[in-house]
Ligand binder design. Structure first.
Ligand code: KG4
Ligand code: ZN
Length: 327
């Protein structure tokens, strides 16, 4: 078995995965949404302190598995420096005390493997990662052959939902809140400009759209009904931006399997629009289970199983955190 730790942002999570079967034997996650909601976004130092409280409590529940552990895995990149370090310190302590190897996992690879929790892998595939930290398209052939072919030039899809919710004083995380509010609104009420619609680049950008929404929110002056239309129009344009760029991508690449992962892949409007887009291409759409879209340790454990089999271990002195990803 492998024990895996995730603490790259605001979720403290630990999993136990059986190496031979990929079976998830234990998974517990403690989210900090309530604590950060007050500030409309994640406060890194507060998140680190909450990890320091939560992780030991979850680890305590894993004690019955300690005697069967063959390795300990941990998210080492990318993420918030002060929160990554909480998981990495714990993983190192476990590796030393149980004398087992250490595996440093890339969080983005973790999101890709959220598709394969308790399942076999399916490769090759093209993956759209939409989370709070990332909006990117990756061509994945195997664990070690992952190529990023499009990414955001500034903010991410999920983060733009968080900021729009903050502008409206709704709380954090914004994704589910905006999705709910948008249900009662008119998607065509605000004709926000689709980001990069005239650019030949296959890339993403959310800063301009966020600013256009900010002006509309100011104009609405607290009117809740107007907020519904703004939320609906924003969700529509944020999604249209993604589908327009994917349409361009599909002109040259025809993947048999396409997947959406990351916290914002739980967005139903995005899922529906991408499903429509894929129909004429006959491509298969893979999605993670809703409970594994957002950050969790089950996906880290699933990657760790593959890394263990390929003996991709890191020494205690070499394993270090890296806030930015190398993918
Ligand atoms: O993958 P994740 O848990 O953390 C990162 O790795 O960043 O993603 C969290 C992000 C947040 O920005 C949250 O607002 C967004 O995913 N999110 C959504 C939805 N559910 C979560 N965004 C849009 N629609 C949703 N339904
Ligand atoms: Zn994530």
């Amino acid at each position: 078995m492998i024990l895996s730790i995730e603490s790259s942002c605001d979720d403290s999570a630990i999993s136990i995965t059986e190496i031979d079967t990929n079976k998830l034997l234990f998974h517990k996650k403690i989210s900090q949404e309530l604590e950060h909601s007050l500030y409309g976004g994640v406060v890194p130092e507060l998140a680190a302190r909450l990890h320091a409280e939560a992780l030991p409590n979850i680890l305590h529940e894993c004690e019955p598995y300690f005697k069967d552990l063959k390795a300990v895995a941990v998210t080492a990149t990318p993420g918030l420096a002060v929160t990554l370090v909480e998981g990495v310190i714990m993983a190192k302590a476990i590796a030393i005390s149980l004398d087992i190897p250490l595996i440093g996992v890339n969080h983005l690879v973790g999101h890709i493997y959220s598709l394969f929790i308790e399942k076999e892998t399916v490769f090759p595939l093209t993956v759209l990662l939409v989370s709070g930290g990332h909006t990117q398209v990756m061509e994945v052939k195997s664990l070690t052959q992952i190529q990023t072919v499009a990414k955001s030039m500034d903010d991410s899809f999920g983060e733009s939902f968080d900021k729009v919710a903050k502008m409206m004083g709704l709380g954090y995380p914004g994704g589910p809140l905006i999705q709910d509010l948008a249900k009662g609104g008119d998607r065509l009420k605000h004709n926000f400009t689709v980001p990069l619609h005239q650019s030949p680049l296959i890339a993403f950008s959310y800063s301009g759209l966020k600013n256009a929404v900010r002006l509309a929110v100011l104009d609405a002056d607290g009117d809740k009904n107007k907020y519904k239309d703004i939320a609906a129009s924003f969700e529509h344009i944020a999604t249209k931006h993604v589908t327009m760029k994917l349409k361009k991508y599909f002109k040259t690449v025809k993947p048999k399997t396409f997947a959406i992962v990351g916290g914002a892949s739980a967005n139903m409007y995005l899922r529906g629009q991408i499903e429509e887009l894929l129909k004429p291409h006959g491509a298969n759409l893979l999605l993670s289970e809703l409970k594994y879209c957002s950050d969790n340790a089950a996906m880290i454990g699933r990657v760790a199983v593959e890394m263990y089999k390929q003996e991709m271990f890191t020494s205690l002195t070499d394993l270090d955190i890296a806030p930015r990803s190398t993918l």
